[in-house]
Write a protein that binds this ligand. Structure first.
Ligand code: TMP
Length: 239
């Protein structure tokens, strides 16, 4: 399958049309941004790592009953995916307090919740992806009630499957962000990526951050953290 014209360039990926109108090619870049693009940089090797990691995790999710856009990995940085209309929501699941949760509520970092939380942000860069309550999702018809139920069910299943998998890697899945899309027949499937850009991943023993927070918070060792988390995943995959 070959790349035709570029149809979109985002902060971390480019998207290309293919000869099949139902399929796209995603190309992962090393570019990194934070705070809605206000902080910019590059993380050497990130594109390759995120591509392979996202595909490995989506394969696992597909076999656990969460349908995904993944068709097949084409190269180190490129993947063939099903074309969807993205539901304009960032779906965030949290197991442990961190990030904007702590900032918004003045709550300490690192507290494990009795059960995971699910929240939504409205995907809109001009508005800075504001938090949105489900009734407003329905009011604006961003998703139907049934779609929202499906999305929440899938998000919690993703949390169960990936929390267990990362634990086998000696990693705590703190929180993560998902995006879903609609196939032409309306079926909801998991899209976008699951990577250290979109998850908080902490070493179980030391609590060391092995994700994009190293870049967001200027903690240093960014490339090493991406390499380390990928090595953990590969070791578990090959075990
Ligand atoms: P937050 O604590 O900043 O709201 O982030 C929650 C999770 O979502 C965290 O794992 C990082 C991820 N995330 C993204 O993937 N994209 C974003 O633009 C933001 C703000 C967070």
């Amino acid at each position: 399958m070959e790349k035709l014209e570029q149809i979109y360039e985002g902060k971390a990926k480019k998207v290309f049309a293919t000869s099949d109108p139902e399929l796209l090619i995603v190309e992962y870049k090393d570019d990194a941004t934070a705070f809605n693009g206000k902080k910019r940089g590059s993380i050497a090797g990130k594109g390759r790592i995120n591509n392979r990691m996202s595909n490995a995790l989506m394969r696992r999710l597909a076999s656990s009953g969460v349908p995904t856009h993944l068709v097949r990995e084409l190269s180190e940085r490129e993947t063939l995916v099903k074309k969807v209309k993205i539901v304009p929501l960032e779906v965030i699941v949290r197991n442990i307090s961190a990030g904007s949760f702590c900032k918004r509520y003045g709550f300490p970092e690192g507290v494990r919740f009795e059960k995971p939380t699910v929240e939504y942000s409205y995907k809109n860069d001009e508005l800075n992806d504001p938090l949105i309550v489900p009734s407003h999702v329905l009011a604006m018809k961003l998703a139907s009630p049934e779609e929202l139920r499906t999305i929440e069910d899938y998000a919690l299943r993703v949390d169960e499957v990936l929390s267990a998998f990362w634990l086998d890697c000696g990693v705590t899945l703190v929180d993560f962000k998902l995006e879903f899309g609609r196939l032409p027949d309306g079926t909801i499937i998991l899209a976008d990526e699951i990577s250290p850009d979109t998850c908080r991943l902490w070493d179980v023993k030391t609590g060391e951050k092995l994700d994009k927070d190293r870049f967001r918070l200027d903690l240093g060792g960014v490339e090493d953290a991406y390499r380390e988390i990928m090595a953990r995943l590969e070791a578990a995959e090959n075990a």
